[in-house]
Design a protein around this ligand. Structure first.
Ligand SMILES: [Zn+2]
Length: 58
C-alpha cells in the first residue's frame, strides 16, 4: 500500500504530471494523469522509470 504523502511527491518522469494510484486487475499501479503511463509497484516501491512503464491507449 502506497501512502498519499508519497504519491503527492511523485511525478511522471516523462511528462512531469501528477500521478494517481489505480488498481489494475488487483494490482496497484501508479498512473500518470498527463500521458496515462502506468508505473509498476514492486514490493511497495513505485518504479518511476519510463522503460518500466506500460503505455495503454484509452
Ligand atoms: Zn506522464
Amino acid at each position: 500500500m502506497i501512502d498519499k504523502e508519497l504519491l503527492s511527491i511523485l511525478a511522471c518522469p516523462v511528462c512531469k504530471s501528477d500521478v494517481i494510484l489505480v488498481n489494475k486487475k488487483g494490482e496497484e499501479k501508479i498512473k500518470c494523469t498527463g500521458c496515462g503511463r502506468l508505473y509498476p509497484i514492486k514490493e511497495g516501491i513505485p518504479i518511476m522509470l519510463e522503460e518500466e512503464a506500460e503505455y495503454e491507449k484509452e
